[in-house]
Each structure stands twice: as structure tokens, then as C-alpha cells.
Design a binder for this molecule. Structure first.
Ligand SMILES: C[S@@+](CC[C@H](N)C(=O)[O-])C[C@H]1O[C@@H](n2cnc3c(N)ncnc32)[C@H](O)[C@@H]1O
Length: 207
């Protein structure tokens, strides 16, 4: 791993993901998590302050221990137990149907194999469990999409593998989820970077 990836990138991610706009998005959706929760790509623990009293335990999964360490101070103030799993979402070290909620925020853009990761998320969710997601991805506007395509190669190198134009809704649906709530639209910032998909999904074939 390069020095940039190990020491510089985690600080850049922590800084960029702490913006007012991302915090406002977290405030709306993270309180919906309940029970035993798995957060995918937990990063520097920026969602922690927004979990509500219905959370019993949090598994925070991320391949980067450096990023998680940057969020140490946030971990101290939380009333439920937290277990950090240094792992990739494509292979989640948890049992089948053991989680009440899976949370993924600004992470499907970066995971190398998002389909495999989503299938793993569905596997670990209980049949009536919920996937809570806030992701950025492909814009519906052709001109913006063209910019996303143009910027992708450079952006991936700078931003730790982040893709600007992933088809978030399609990826979630194809992995066997039924999306129950979805809001799409531009957040704050330059359009290619901020087309957001926020919502809730359940494992399909559950009523
Ligand atoms: C843009 S950051 C978002 C961090 C955090 N979810 C947030 O909302 O602030 C992307 C995160 O995805 C994580 N990530 C990268 N590859 C991953 C993988 N294969 N499995 C799980 N997480 C991964 C990164 O380490 C990083 O924490």
C-alpha cells in the first residue's frame, strides 16, 4: 500500500465526509437503524453520533484500520457496544440472518465488487431486516453522466477507488433487495460528485 493510501487518503476522506451537507444526510437516515447493526465501510465513524436508542450493538466493518482510528473520539461517546471488523464487504465475517439493520453510506462507490458486497449484506440481514443506504452514483442527466465517465479514471486514483457513475438502484435491486423508499437527486456540490440515492430496502420475497 502506498504512503498516500495509508496516511494521506484516510485524512482526506475524514475531512471530505465531515461536510455540513453529508452530516445533514446522516441526520435523516441513520436514526432509522435498530437492533443489531452492521455498518459497511464505517470509515472514520462519522455516522456514530446519529444512531438512536434502538441500537443494541454495532459491528463496524472497514478494510482501513487507519480510518477507523481517526474516529476514535466518536467511539467513546456511544452507549452501545461496538466491534470493529477489519474486513471487506465482499466477504463479511458474520453469520447468515444475524443483523437487524445494515447501513451503507457513500461506500458502494468504492467497494471493488459492489454486487458481491450487496449479496453479502442480504445474506447477513434477517428476513425482515432493513438496508439503510445513502450513496452517490450515476446521474440521470446525459451531460453530467458524460462528465462522470470522463472524471472517473483520475477520481478513482485520487479518491481510493471511488466510481462516480455506479447504478446504485440497479445494483441494490439485482442483489435481491426490494427498495421500499428511495429519494434521488443532487446534493450540494458539483453535479458529477453529488447525485444521491438515499433510502431503505429489504431482502426481496419478504412481505
Ligand atoms: C467515501 S468513504 C465513506 C466512509 C463512511 N461510510 C462515511 O459515510 O463517512 C468509503 C469507505 O469505503 C471503505 N471501503 C473501501 N473498500 C471497501 C470494501 N471492499 N469493503 C468495505 N468497505 C470498503 C473505505 O475504507 C472507506 O471507509
Amino acid at each position: 500500500m502506498s504512503l498516500y493510501a495509508k496516511y494521506v487518503l484516510p485524512r482526506l476522506i475524514d475531512f471530505a465526509m465531515s461536510s455540513k451537507a453529508t452530516t445533514a444526510e446522516r441526520t435523516r437516515l441513520i436514526p432509522l437503524a435498530s437492533g443489531v447493526v452492521l455498518e459497511i465501510g464505517a470509515g472514520s465513524a462519522l455516522n456514530l453520533p446519529f444512531y438512536g436508542p434502538a441500537v443494541r450493538k454495532l459491528y463496524a466493518l472497514d478494510p482501513s484500520r487507519e480510518l477507523w482510528r481517526l474516529g476514535r473520539r466518536r467511539v467513546q461517546d456511544v452507549p452501545f457496544p461496538i466491534e470493529f471488523l477489519q474486513s471487506s464487504a465482499e466477504s463479511i465475517p458474520l453469520g447468515t440472518a444475524t443483523m437487524d439493520t445494515v447501513v451503507s453510506t457513500w461506500t458502494l462507490c468504492t467497494i471493488p465488487d459492489p454486487s458481491a458486497a450487496l449479496e453479502e449484506m442480504r445474506r447477513v440481514l434477517r428476513p425482515h431486516g432493513t438496508l439503510v443506504f445513502i450513496e452517490h452514483g450515476s446521474s440521470p442527466d446525459a451531460r453530467v453522466r458524460a462528465w462522470q465517465k470522463r472524471l472517473n479514471p483520475l477520481w478513482k486514483r485520487v479518491a481510493g477507488g471511488c466510481h462516480l457513475d455506479r447504478q446504485i438502484e440497479r445494483l441494490i435491486g439485482r442483489a435481491g433487495f426490494q427498495i421500499s423508499t428511495l429519494e434521488r437527486g443532487y446534493g450540494e456540490g458539483l453535479k458529477p460528485f453529488v447525485y444521491l440515492y438515499r433510502g431503505l430496502a429489504r431482502p426481496a420475497n419478504q412481505t
